[in-house]
Design a protein around this ligand. Structure first.
Ligand code: ACO
Length: 374
């Protein structure tokens, strides 16, 4: 491999974008110029979706119409529920989401229309339907009937309601809403890049999102928060955390929830998720998860100089709310649909096929040998 080739495209800038800015040295993350530190305090997930898709904060009237459109689009076609019921119960939720999003395309009235207006209509439907899909699968795999969406609840609260059948507490709904805000976009991460590559062939939103979900599924990307909670389960109690993590580092293990391709400091999303996980834990009488993770963070940061990323504390918050670990990555997707759709819209607006090259290092003079002579 020549020195010119950056393994994993590290630091390679492949196009301009007006959606998201990451300062990896200072640990800042902006959506359309707005700092996430402000958005988590003042905004809601629905408003952030508007900001990412339309490029500006909405007026009250615009936000009300947007929230209403999202709430009105939550129901799944009955035949889609039928597809879910026919899947093997052991199917992992991320596979169900990938299959379900792909199938939703067949029911979408704008399936063949790739205009900006149609893509926005599809984006509203997908962002509204994906939470229903994820919650429906949780119910179906437990042998229960899906819970119908409640249009009077916001997107975050309604998801938690459809998952468990009980209305969430204010803190649970707020925590979940903030988690959705924090995961909404992150520039050219692997899944968004996958979405843009697909969109750049002039393929449609559902295809781009299906590609993105496939990329998000891997443990180096969206799958990390599930792995973090598997680690917490192995550690069991805060008193065991230091010995456990020192041994893992000595064994050269990759510690999930740490490190980042872009951030050289702590991921700015991690502190918000830590605060919320700690608050939820205090309320629920579970301080062990955050206690374990704090010790792990202290040791890993001191020993390896790598810092917590968004995935370190999110799983703890979800687990305290009673959400199963294999639903953490689908939850990531319920938020990231905001960014994926914004990037598909931007790609279509200034499109050129994304088609890089490889430096060929294989043979060039091979002589074909008929199969009978091999
Ligand atoms: N645990 C232990 N060592 C690590 C970790 C980690 N989590 N992350 C990086 N390192 C070390 C590597 O061993 C390597 O050390 P070396 O140079 O001595 O070999 C060095 O740091 C660079 O690591 P790379 O894997 O080359 O860094 P890259 O930029 O390719 O990877 C990644 C970034 C995939 C996020 C990596 O840090 C990682 O695997 N983290 C754990 C998984 C994770 O938490 N992913 C979620 C990321 S955020 C998101 O996608 C939502």
């Amino acid at each position: 491999m020549t020195d010119l080739i950056k393994a994993g495209l590290e630091d390679v800038v492949i196009s301009t974008s007006e959606i998201c800015f990451i300062d990896g040295q200072q640990g800042r993350l902006l959506y359309r110029g707005y700092d996430i530190d402000d958005l988590v305090v003042h905004s809601t997930f629905e408003e952030v979706v508007y900001l990412l898709w339309y490029g500006a904060l909405p007026t009250r009237k615009e936000l009300d119409a947007h929230v209403k459109a999202l709430a009105a689009s939550r129901r799944l076609p009955a035949r889609l529920i039928g597809i879910l019921k026919n899947l093997p119960r052991k199917t992992v939720p991320m596979e169900v989401l990938r299959t379900g999003v792909s199938a939703l395309s067949a029911f979408d009235p704008d399936e063949r229309d790739n205009s900006r207006e149609a893509t926005l209509r599809k984006a509203i439907r997908l962002a509204a339907q994906m939470p229903t899909l994820v919650a429906a699968w949780e119910r179906i795999r437990r042998g229960k009937e899906p819970v119908a969406p409640n249009p009077r609840l916001g997107l975050a609260a309604n998801f938690l309601y459809m998952l468990s059948g009980r209305k969430p507490t204010e803190l649970e709904a707020k925590t979940f809403d903030v988690a959705l805000i924090l995961h909404a976009d992150h520039e050219y991460n692997a899944s968004t890049f996958a979405a843009r590559v697909t969109a750049a062939t002039l393929s449609d939103l559902h295809s781009a999102v299906t590609s993105a979900i496939g990329a998000l599924k891997g443990p180096l990307h969206g799958g990390a928060n599930e792995q973090v909670m598997l680690m917490v389960d192995q550690i069991k109690e805060p008193a065991r955390a230091e010995t456990w993590i020192r041994k893992a580092l000595a064994d050269k293990a990759r510690i999930m929830g740490f490190g980042h391709r872009v951030y050289r400091v702590e991921d700015p999303r991690a502190k918000h998720l830590r605060r919320l996980a700690a608050e939820l834990g205090r309320q629920a009488g579970n301080t062990a998860y955050v206690g374990i993770l704090d010790t792990v963070a202290r040791v890993v940061t001191a020993e390896k100089h790598i810092y917590p990323n968004v995935d370190l504390y999110s799983g703890a918050a979800y687990a305290i709310m009673g959400i199963p670990a294999d639903q953490f990555t689908p939850i990531f997707a319920l938020s990231r649909i905001a960014g994926w759709a914004a990037h598909v819209l931007e790609q279509h607006a200034h499109n050129r096929l994304i088609r890089p090259r490889a430096e060929y290092t294989g043979p060039t003079q091979a002589t074909y040998v008929p199969i009978s002579q091999r």
